[in-house]
Design a protein around this ligand. Sequence first.
Ligand code: NAP
Length: 302
Amino acid sequence: MKEITGQTRVLGIIGYPLTYTLSPNMHNAALKDVALDYRYLPFVVPPERLANAIAGIRALGIAGVNVTMPHKETVSEFLDEISPEARMIGAVNTVHNVDGHLKGYNTDGTGFIKSLREELVDPEGRHAIIFGAGGAAKAVAVSLLNEGAASISLVGRSAEKVAALKAHLLGNFGVFPIKALSFDDDLADIFEVGDLVVNATPIGMKDGADLLPVPLEHIDSKHFIYDLIYTPSETALIKAAKDKGAKAVNGLGMLLYQAAMAFEIWTGTPAPIAIMRDALLIGLEGGDRSKYAQKKDQRFSG
Ligand code: NAP
């Protein structure tokens, strides 16, 4: 990596508490690979300091930042411009500073779509079933609708939140087949029509790795399962879906491509995907390259 000089530019991530992030691993590896004179740093920013932190980006000439929890939905009020997609999603995960003009983007949804396409799944014409009604569900739903999905069924535990997400999507996309359902409803019909199933809940993450967000009895080989969770790399859902003959992937692809797209926004340089992917996988193994070498090929598909 180049020496830090008077010309070195700064990128970073703001979040709180920011205990676990793989973004510095991916971005610094990419910057090194394409020999750009930047460094990517973590900035721990509690909510009461968000306004000052954004003023600091302008004052210090920081070239751009990723934005993570809990600031994704609140940061936009401090920015000069918001991309149409970030506006539709109602959240910003990437800020670009162009001569003091701060523009907010959301690359989560487009990262999801890129990753889907990498799996040879064309979002156009898909009948998607999304479990969860939080920020990730919204980003996925908006990007699927932007890409020509044929229908969306939202399934969540809170009827109000699912209904609010449905209303939000209808407000942005007009008349469109969107269903709002709860976990307790009979889901047989939507699985009969559905071909893409997305888990956008945390069910299956480390603490509840044996729990399933999706009723297995409806899954068969025609369904493509996209679990947004990436730790563990094989959730109970992914494993069970594969056992039923379905194709199933974890959220690493989305994580990788949202980062790649942010990198391109900031630097105007094509992201070195293979380098970023390796950095992500090595980071997931806590920097242990030998463990990474053993698991390299299994990671993205669980
Ligand atoms: P969020 O805004 O907190 O939303 C979580 C959603 O899951 C909410 O709708 C919540 O229900 C629901 N939920 C939580 N616990 C539940 C439970 N025990 N039973 C039923 N529903 C439950 O979180 P998010 O940012 O959307 O993230 C959701 C998941 O996606 C997380 O696992 C996150 O790690 C993952 N993610 C992955 C990527 C990636 O790049 N791969 C990117 C973003 C997020 P309520 O609406 O009732 O609260």
